[in-house]
Design a protein around this ligand. Structure first.
Ligand SMILES: Nc1ncnc2c1ncn2[C@@H]1O[C@H](COP(=O)(O)OP(=O)(O)OP(=O)(O)O)[C@@H](O)[C@H]1O
Ligand SMILES: [Mg+2]
Length: 467
C-alpha cells in the first residue's frame, strides 16, 4: 500500500478566508498573488459570483470594487452587491475599493454598513494592514458570541422541566443549536414544539438575525407559495407589486415551518430544492436567489404514515429529519407537571396581581391524575382561568375545572359513572405509588394480575409501568 512518506498528523491551522470582488482581471490575479500567503483568497468578478462564494464559504472579510458589470463605470451594481451581501451575512466585514476622488461613494457605503474603504491604486502593504484589522475584529466578535452562547447554555430559554425526558430534549437543543442542519420537531399539540424551535434559534449563532415563523396549515395553499417564496409583479392577477417571501425575510436567520405535514406536494418539491441548493425563485420570477437560512420544521402528524399515503415525499422527510427532536406528551413527564403548574401559577398570579399561595391538596392530586390531552397549553389555560376564578388563597380543583372524573358521568348512567370512578380510584393509587402496579395493587387489596385485568377492562394505559 502506498504511504505518504511524511505523514502529517498535525494539519496546519487553516488560513482565514478572504473574498475579493473585482471585475478587472489583472487586478484580481494581482491581489490573489499578493495575499495568498496569508489568506485563502476567493475571487469573484460580479455580484452574482460574490454572493455564491459568500453563501458557500462564509468568508469573514470581503473587498468589494464598487464598479461592477454591467455598470463598470457607475457604482449602482456595487451598492446592490453591498446590500445583498450584508443581508446574507450581516456580520461580514466588507472593505470598499474605490477609484481616486470617489470618497463620497466610499462614505455612503460606510453609511450603509461597509466596514472600511480603500482608494485605488492599491498599495498592497497598506491594504494588508486594513485587512489585518478587519480579520482581528471579526475574530473578536466571533469569540464573544461563542462565549455568550456558552454562558447561556446552562439553561434552555424559559423552558421548564426536570424529568429525564425533558433533560434529554434540552441536551439535544444545545447540541443542534451550534450546527446548521435542519431539525424536525415532533410531538402532540401543545407540547412545546414552537418553543423548542425558538430555543434552538436563540442558542445559535443566528440569534441576532430573524426568526421567521410560518404555519403551513394556516394559509390556503394558493397563497402559501407566494408567502414562502415571494412573487414578481404581475405573476398572477392580484400581484400588483413585487413581494419578498418568508425565505428572503429569514436571510441570516432561521425559518420555522410549522405544521410541515400540511405542505402540498408541489411546495414540498420547492422546499427540497432549497434544502439541496440554498436557492429559491420567486413566483413568476426567473432569477435564482441565494438564501442563507436554517430550516426548522414541526409537525404533530405521523409523517411516516403520510409517506405511505403518498402525501409526503420521503426524500424531503430524510432531508428535514436529519435530526429529530421528539417532545413527550405531558402525561409522560410525571415529574414535570407540578413544576410547570407551580411556575405557571406564579407567573399568572403575578400578572394578575393576585396573592395566591398555591394549590390545595386536592388540586395537586387532581393535577397529577389528569391525563392532559392538550398538554402544556391545556395546563396553561386551566391555570390562567383558575387564577382569575379563585376566591380563596389557594387554587381548588373546581377553579381548574378538574373535578372528580366520575361526577362528569353521573348523567350517563350507573355503569359509566362506576367505571369512571374505578378508573380514577386506580389512577390515584398508581400516582401515589409512583406507577408501581405491585404497590398499587397491595394498597387496593388486589393481586397484581387482578389489577392488570381491571385496568385492561377499563381501557387504562400501562405504558408507564415502572416494573
Ligand atoms: N417546557 C416548557 N416550559 C414552559 N412552558 C412551556 C414548555 N413547553 C411549552 N410551554 C408553553 O406551552 C404553550 C404551548 O407551547 P407551543 O406553542 O410551543 O406548543 P406546540 O407544540 O407548538 O403546540 P401546537 O401543536 O398546538 O402548535 C406555550 O405557551 C409555551 O410557552
Ligand atoms: Mg405550534
Amino acid at each position: 500500500m502506498a504511504r505518504d512518506p511524511t505523514p502529517n498528523t498535525l494539519s496546519p491551522s487553516p488560513k482565514p478566508k478572504l473574498l475579493v470582488v473585482e471585475d478587472d482581471e489583472s487586478l484580481r490575479t494581482q491581489m490573489k498573488w499578493a495575499l495568498a500567503q496569508e489568506y485563502e483568497v476567493f475571487l469573484a468578478e460580479d455580484r452574482r459570483g460574490a454572493l455564491e462564494v459568500l453563501n458557500k464559504e462564509k468568508p469573514p472579510v470581503v473587498t468589494l470594487d464598487l464598479g461592477l458589470p454591467p455598470h463598470v463605470d457607475g457604482t449602482e451594481e456595487g451598492f446592490l452587491a453591498l446590500a445583498d451581501m450584508l443581508q446574507m451575512v450581516p456580520i461580514a466585514k466588507i472593505i470598499i475599493i474605490t477609484g481616486q476622488g470617489e470618497k463620497d461613494n466610499a462614505l455612503k457605503a460606510i453609511g450603509q454598513g461597509a466596514y472600511d474603504f480603500f482608494c485605488k491604486p492599491i498599495q498592497i502593504e497598506e491594504l494588508k494592514v486594513v485587512l489585518g484589522r478587519a480579520f482581528h475584529l471579526s475574530q473578536l466578535e466571533m469569540e464573544n458570541r461563542e462565549l455568550q452562547q456558552r454562558v447561556s447554555g446552562e439553561t434552555v430559554d424559559e423552558m421548564l422541566g426536570t424529568s429525564p425526558k425533558m433533560q434529554e430534549v434540552f441536551a439535544a437543543i444545545r447540541k443542534v443549536a451550534t450546527t446548521e442542519v435542519p431539525v424536525l420537531i415532533t410531538g402532540e399539540s401543545g407540547t412545546g414544539k414552537e418553543l423548542v424551535a425558538h430555543a434552538i434559534h436563540r442558542q445559535s449563532s443566528r440569534k441576532d438575525f430573524p426568526f421567521v415563523v410560518i404555519n403551513c396549515g394556516a394559509i390556503p395553499e394558493t397563497l402559501l407559495e407566494s408567502e414562502l417564496f415571494g412573487h414578481e409583479k404581475g405573476s398572477f392577477t392580484d400581484a400588483h407589486i413585487q413581494r419578498k417571501g418568508r425565505f428572503e425575510a429569514a436571510q441570516g436567520g432561521t425559518l420555522f415551518l410549522d405544521e410541515i405535514g400540511e405542505l402540498s406536494l408541489p411546495l414540498q418539491v420547492k422546499l427540497l430544492r432549497f434544502l439541496q441548493e440554498q436557492k429559491i425563485e420567486r413566483v413568476g420570477g426567473r432569477e435564482e436567489i441565494l438564501i442563507n437560512a436554517r430550516v426548522l420544521a414541526a409537525t404533530n402528524r405521523d409523517l411516516k404514515q403520510a409517506i405511505s399515503d403518498e402525501k409526503f415525499r420521503e426524500d424531503l422527510y430524510y432531508r428535514l429529519g436529519v435530526i429529530t427532536i421528539q417532545l413527550p406528551p405531558l402525561r409522560e413527564r410525571e415529574q414535570d407537571v407540578l413544576v410547570l403548574a407551580t411556575a405557571l401559577l406564579q407567573r399568572y398570579s403575578d400578572e394578575n396581581r393576585k396573592k395566591i399561595k398555591g394549590f390545595t391538596k386536592e388540586a395537586i392530586h387532581a393535577i397529577e391524575v389528569h391525563d392532559w390531552p392538550g398538554n402544556i397549553r391545556e395546563l396553561e389555560n386551566r391555570i390562567k382561568r383558575a387564577v382569575i376564578m379563585a376566591e380563596g388563597s389557594k387554587i381548588a380543583p373546581e377553579d381548574l375545572e378538574l373535578v372528580s372524573g366520575y361526577k362528569k358521568y353521573e348523567k350517563h348512567g350507573l355503569k359509566e359513572a362506576r367505571e369512571a370512578l374505578e378508573r380514577e380510584y386506580i389512577k390515584r393509587a398508581l400516582v401515589r405509588n409512583r406507577w408501581s402496579i405491585t404497590k398499587a395493587a397491595e394498597e387496593l387489596g388486589l393481586t397484581r394480575p387482578t389489577l392488570y385485568e381491571l385496568m385492561e377492562r377499563l381501557g387504562m394505559e400501562k405504558k408507564r409501568d415502572r416494573e
